[in-house]
Design a protein around this ligand. Structure first.
Ligand code: ADE
Length: 239
């Protein structure tokens, strides 16, 4: 998987993603993240890439041409034009389902905005997907881009060493994941639920399913509406 990030702060992207699991995945070759400095495509001697908005208003805008040149340059060897995701609070809210869809792509371009935004005309020209990471406004698109890269990367075969750990997890089937316990068996008076020590796989599976449902009902009742529950499970919830 190839991520190409268009940004004014390439070091922010590379220095962060080089640590931990994404870093290891990049070393092993199953993940490739390149960050391109939009300023390298500035066309004036001051290397500025922003300008005042027509019609007035607060702040500056990122200009169209440097972004267009950067996009053309980094995609010139692509067989097909890759999807280009613009991270913006005006986008569709990012979900696990979208992460799964993006994980199918071979190459993705991520465009990070700054200042008050980007000249609309270049967005019309290059952007295929508008993605937000939530209903709040950040100073730029770099953190959202890294969140997207992280969520997508862990779905790529070979990135998580234990492939099963991406298999059942929160949001799959619109249920939150069940609680986890490790050693010791008793910690500060709190015991690991008996069933997990029983070695009885079927009972463990049933217990985990029940805990997932209860936890979702308690913390994310909005998700539960979309979950596929058996009649018995609905009764159990008093529905
Ligand atoms: N840029 C600024 N805020 C953002 C958000 N919430 N999501 C994606 N990109 C952003």
């Amino acid at each position: 998987m190839n991520f190409k990030v268009l940004t004014l702060f390439p070091d922010m992207i590379l220095n962060t993603l080089k640590t931990s699991i994404t870093g290891r995945a990049m070393e092993s070759g199953c993940l490739n993240v390149s960050a391109y400095d939009i300023r390298d495509y500035a066309f004036n001697k001051h290397k500025s890439v922003d300008d005042y908005p027509y019609g007035g208003g607060a702040g500056m805008l990122m200009q169209a041409e440097p972004i267009f040149q950067a996009y053309q340059d980094i995609t010139k060897e692509s067989k097909e034009k890759p999807r280009c995701i613009y991270l913006t609070p005006q986008g569709q809210t990012f979900t696990q389902k979208m992460a799964e869809e993006f994980a199918q792509e071979e190459e993705l371009v991520l465009l990070c905005g700054h200042y008050e935004g980007i000249d609309e005309r270049v967005l019309e020209e290059v952007v295929t997907d508008y993605v937000s990471i939530g209903d709040y406004v950040l100073t730029g698109g770099e953190l959202p881009a890294m969140i997207l890269i992280d969520a997508v990367s862990r779905l790529i075969p070979g990135v998580l060493h234990n492939d099963a750990s991406a298999e059942f997890e929160s949001f799959q089937e619109n249920l939150l994941e069940y609680p986890h316990y490790s050693r010791p068996e008793e910690w500060r008076g709190k015991k690991v639920p008996e069933v997990l020590l029983s070695g009885h796989h079927l009972r463990i599976e049933e217990w985990r399913r029940e805990q997932s449902i209860l936890r979702t009902a308690l913390r994310r009742p909005d998700l539960l509406e979309k979950a596929d529950l058996s009649e018995k499970e609905q009764e159990f919830l008093g529905k």
